[in-house]
Structure formats: C-alpha cells, structure tokens
Design a protein around this ligand. Structure first.
Ligand SMILES: NC(=O)c1ccc[n+]([C@@H]2O[C@H](COP(=O)([O-])OP(=O)(O)OC[C@H]3O[C@@H](n4cnc5c(N)ncnc54)[C@H](O)[C@@H]3O)[C@@H](O)[C@H]2O)c1
Length: 247
C-alpha cells in the first residue's frame, strides 16, 4: 500500500497509539514530537523533531515527508499541552499564549502545510485532536477550553476551503483518556473516580480507542464526512449534567 501519514505528538499517548495503528495497517508514518520519538524503526516509521507551534517545523515536517516517501495522504494533528493558570496568576497570559500556540495555532499551521501536499497526492484527510473541553467549559481550564473550542471551528473553516481539492478535515474530541497528560489525575484516585462517574460508559478511555476513531475519519469509510468533530468520550458530552448518571 502506497500510503503515508504524519502524526504529531507521537512520542506518547494518543499520538503514539495512532502512529502505531496506522503503521500496523500498512501506512508509512512520520512520527513527530518535540523530541523525535525513539520507538520508530527508521524505515517505514521515521521520527521527526519539531515544535508544532512554529511555522518552520510544520513546513519542514511536510517537506521531509514528501521527500522521503514521495506523497502525503493523511495528517493527524494531535500535539497538545494541557492546563491553564489561575486568572490572577502573573504568568497566566504567557501560559494562555503557549497553550493556544500549540493547540490551535499548531493545528492551523499543520493544515496550512499539509493540506496542499495531500491535495497534490490526489486527496486525503486531516484529523485534528480537539477535546470535550472544547465542547464545554471546565473550572480553571480557560486557556485549554479556548484552544480546543478553536480547533472545532478551525476544522469547519479548513474543510470548506480544502474540500474542493479533495482534502477532508475533521477532528476527534476525546473525553478523559489515560495518557501522560492525565497521569497526574490517575495519581489522585478520588478525582480519577469522580471523572469516571460522569462518563456514560463509567470508565476512562484508552489511547487505542482514539486511534481507531482517527483511522476511521482518515479512511475511505469516512469519504463523505468533512468538517465534523467526533466526540470519542464514552458519552461524557451527551449528558445535560443535571442528575447523577446511573452506575
Ligand atoms: N488524555 C486526555 O484525556 C485528552 C482528552 C482530550 C484531549 N486530549 C488531547 O489529545 C492530544 C494528545 O494528548 P495525550 O493525552 O496523548 O497526551 P500526551 O502528553 O501523552 O501526548 C501529547 C504529546 O504532544 C507532544 N507535544 C506537546 N507540545 C508539542 C509541540 N509544541 N510540538 C510537538 N509536540 C508536542 C508531547 O511531547 C507529547 O508527546 C492532545 O492534543 C490533548 O490535548 C487528551
């Protein structure tokens, strides 16, 4: 199969699971992170180091991919950072700028670099990682909330602009998933369990479950789907939140 995928944020968590799944299913993969992932084989899965908040990194990631593998079919824009600082924290605005730079600007720069290369390869798909924290708000999470809500409307605009070139642009909105990003919560069993109880399926998600949704959105099975954000959240986002869930 002549199929090439870029995955950002591929050193760990959801990005690593996606890169491994796409590779297992026969795609050549460029696994991108701040430090090039060390789990690659260097042949059909290669690593690339770049800061997705930077325009140059996004440009170089795509040009390296097309030079090495000759085409680009799918780009999974998944790199992200969590959190927010309290509103009155002196560092709050700098932190907001960094969260938005990675989570939102990074996705915009990634689309800007990858979509023309995908179009030049005959069409394909972009899948960005939003969050249920982009569908609603959380306490003390305003920077992250804003950045992920931005991704949800960014994929709509980009889908409209690139659809005519055969490039579909969608997002997944993960609910709580056990990764490095949420390891801090896992260390607080009462908080971890309180979040579990808000999820309709009464459990946290696993990175591989997000990877499967990304695979679907990137695949021909989703050939008539563009501009959507698919919640992959065990039902977290379907409850109005008025009552405790059964369980
Ligand atoms: N884990 C969850 O519960 C959850 C829920 C909703 C959304 N998400 C989103 O899923 C995505 C993946 O997160 P994860 O849970 O796998 O966490 P993770 O921390 O395991 O993985 C994130 C990866 O992104 C990389 N990264 C961060 N900033 C980067 C940058 N500027 N350039 C390149 N790479 C960068 C990190 O080094 C890391 O390897 C993120 O966008 C995150 O916001 C996660």
């Amino acid at each position: 199969m002549d199929h090439v995928t870029i995955v950002t944020g591929a050193a760990s968590g959801i990005g690593r699971a996606a890169a491994e799944l796409f590779a297992e299913r026969g795609s050549k993969v460029v696994a991108v992170d701040l430090v090039a992932p060390d789990w690659v084989d260097g042949e059909t899965v290669i690593g690339f180091a770049g800061d997705m908040a930077e325009e140059e990194s996004n440009r170089d990631m795509v040009s390296m991919t097309t030079e090495k593998f000759g085409r680009l079919d799918v780009c999974i824009l998944n790199a992200g950072v969590a959190g927010s600082r309290p509103w009155n924290d002196p560092g709050a605005v700098d932190y907001f700028d960094r969260v938005v730079a990675v989570n939102l600007r990074g996705v915009a720069l990634g689309i800007r670099s990858a979509a023309p290369a995908i179009a030049a390869s005959g069409g394909g798909a972009v899948v960005a990682t939003a969050s249920t924290s982009g569908l609603g708000g959380d306490p003390n999470n305003w920077a992250y909330n804003a950045s992920k809500a931005g991704v949800i409307n960014l994929v709509r605009g980009a889908a409209i602009d690139f659809g005519v070139q055969g490039v579909r642009v969608n997002a997944v909105a993960p609910g709580p998933v056990e990764t490095g990003m949420t390891a801090g919560l896992t260390e607080h069993p009462e908080l971890h369990d309180a979040m579990r109880r808000r999820i309709v399926l009464q459990r946290w998600g696993q990175p591989e479950e997000l990877a499967e949704a990304m695979w679907f959105l990137a695949s021909p099975a989703a050939s008539f789907i563009t501009g959507v954000t698919l919640p992959v959240d065990g039902g977290l986002s379907i409850s109005a939140g008025h009552f405790d869930l059964p369980g």
